[in-house]
Design a protein around this ligand. Sequence first.
Ligand code: NAP
Length: 349
Amino acid sequence: MTSCPFGSHRVVTPAGALPQTAWRLDNTSELHPNEILCAVDVLNIDSASFKQIADACGHDERAIGDHIAATVRERGKQHNAVTGSGGMFVGRVTAIGSALAHRHDIFVGDRIASLVSLTLTPLVIDDVLNVDIATGRVWIRGTAILFESGLYARLPDDIPTDVALAILDVAGAPAQVRRLAQPGATVCVIGADGKSGLLSCAQAKERVGAAGRVIGIVPDAMTPGANLLRENDYVDALVVADAREALAVRAAVAGPMPGLADLVINCVNVPGTELASILCARDEGVVYFFSMCTSFTAAALGAEGAGKDVTMIIGNGYTKGHAATALQTLRDHPALLAFFTQRYAARPV
Ligand code: NAP
């Protein structure tokens, strides 16, 4: 079969699908000329998916590992059937197909992070070594295939690998904030104390400048992330509210954000927060749904029902230059780098 740049030659079922929408992929290690084979060390399961799996497995590490291994055995990829989301991997390049041998940005032996979803990445898990419930990471022995169209980043020398892995997973968020937030604007970040939320707040603060405002919404004011936001002035105000309760959120932001937000960034890992996001945006404002729990129907019908003329953007995992922007955000903000290093680096395997 001809090798397709998007990897359709690896689709087992259903016929005609591309790898992301396929039910099952061929995950065998026999390399096509336009593929890259990697030995995988760590999976970073995306937050919405990991929370769903952890809840279903009673937060038991062994059960979570078994659940992920079973999914990969059944589907040839880590694709959560409930949330529809995946994550990404870190590994070492072990072979490059002959049709990609001309590439100058990747060599056998390089340590890389995949920048495409595990929902479309052929994966084999030989062994699950460790599961870290606090951060959603799973150390494995296994292999993965990157397609010709697949994105990857060589891991930087100046940032710990575990930190880079955590950051690169959500790289699309700070890069989009950089693109969408205008000087003088009011930006509201929902789920502000999580990974993507923290990076988004730091980026937003830079972009809006002294004339703008950044408002963070968190479920708990006393988390380490919330403290970091306050102590470093990454937000002008922190609102404590449950984003699933749209009216309560609207009431809570009325004081710090009377004119509502020009731009709302949704970074939560639970379902049911579309309407709160929409109600935080001013008329003709923009709502960027980075969350994998976002429902198109809830957002579309919710905005219509509330009579809100807002532009809603789906959080594309890829934005040009997103990996470099995410890593640079850490370099530019030593407090953020220290926070992520403390949280993600040097965890035992
Ligand atoms: P994270 O670090 O787990 O952060 C999630 C945040 O949501 C936390 O700050 C959490 O607060 C907050 N939160 C949870 N329930 C809430 C509620 N009811 N009200 C208000 N805030 C609430 O997650 P992440 O890694 O940044 O990822 C964020 C989202 O982006 C997830 O849905 C993830 O799956 C998705 N994602 C999207 C892409 C993409 O390409 N679009 C890529 C990767 C990930 P506490 O920590 O205080 O509970």
